[in-house]
Design a protein around this ligand. Structure first.
Ligand code: ADP
Ligand code: MG
Length: 208
């Protein structure tokens, strides 16, 4: 089973719709321990990507990831903008073929690049608490030869567990780290939007 960048326009629309539907709730999370601009930053990036979606659709994956990364880098400020740009540019560098296992390997390398860029890892109450376990589950499921539907359901579960885990973590990276112990008890906004992205992408791929 292979997936081409032709899927990109409906993927972006689905992510935009889910972020919009959850914008208020995520902004409340971000206001509790961040500066409240995370949804705005993300929506700027998504809008820029939506404007490029038809130009991205006919490309091959390496070219598509490059254009996605450059678009995000140009459009979005904030920590999340540069981290997502890093993720997509690394996908461009590591993208080999359109198979699920090829994507899984490239995605794991891209998440590794995000860790290095942000000097962060799992357990620090960031988007990495979703992306790291999702990347690992993706690789394991692809290796195990799971069906795409099974794999996507599993990734959604792993992402949801990752978000929930951030509640009891002490923030040690990003703005939330300035709060010290007061960051305890709150879910990280960037982890929540990462989970929303996983869920939206899974929904579109399941009906593709
Ligand atoms: P900013 O922190 O510059 O205002 P955003 O509000 O857009 O940027 O994004 C904040 C989110 O970025 C946080 O909720 C967290 O998930 C994520 N984040 C912040 N710093 C890091 C980091 N060093 N590594 C990984 N993720 C990070
Ligand atoms: Mg912010």
């Amino acid at each position: 089973m292979t997936i081409s960048p032709a899927i990109f326009p409906p993927l972006i629309r689905a992510v935009q719709a889910d972020i919009a539907a959850n914008a208020e709730a995520v902004t409340e999370l971000d206001q509790a321990i961040g500066d409240g601009d995370h949804v705005f930053n993300l929506q700027r990036g998504l809008q820029a990507l939506a404007e490029q979606a038809d130009a991205i659709a006919p490309l091959d994956w390496p070219a598509a990831w490059q254009k996605i990364g450059m678009t995000v880098m140009a459009a979005v400020g904030g920590a999340s903008g540069s981290l997502y740009a890093t993720l997509f540019i690394a996908l461009h560098k590591h993208s080999r073929d359109s198979s699920v296992s090829g994507f899984a390997a490239a995605f794991a390398a891209a998440v590794e690049a995000v860790k290095q860029r942000g000097k962060a890892d799992v357990g620090e109450k960031t988007m990495l608490d979703v992306w790291v376990p999702v990347a690992l589950a993706l690789q394991q499921d692809a290796e195990a030869g799971k069906s795409l539907d099974e794999l996507l359901d599993h990734l959604c579960q792993v992402a949801a567990a990752g978000v929930e885990a951030t509640r009891d973590m002490l923030a040690t990276k990003g703005r939330a780290s300035f709060l010290g112990e007061r960051s305890l008890g709150h879910i990280d906004a960037g982890a929540k939007t990462a989970q929303l992205i996983v869920a939206a992408v899974a929904r579109v791929l399941k009906t593709a």
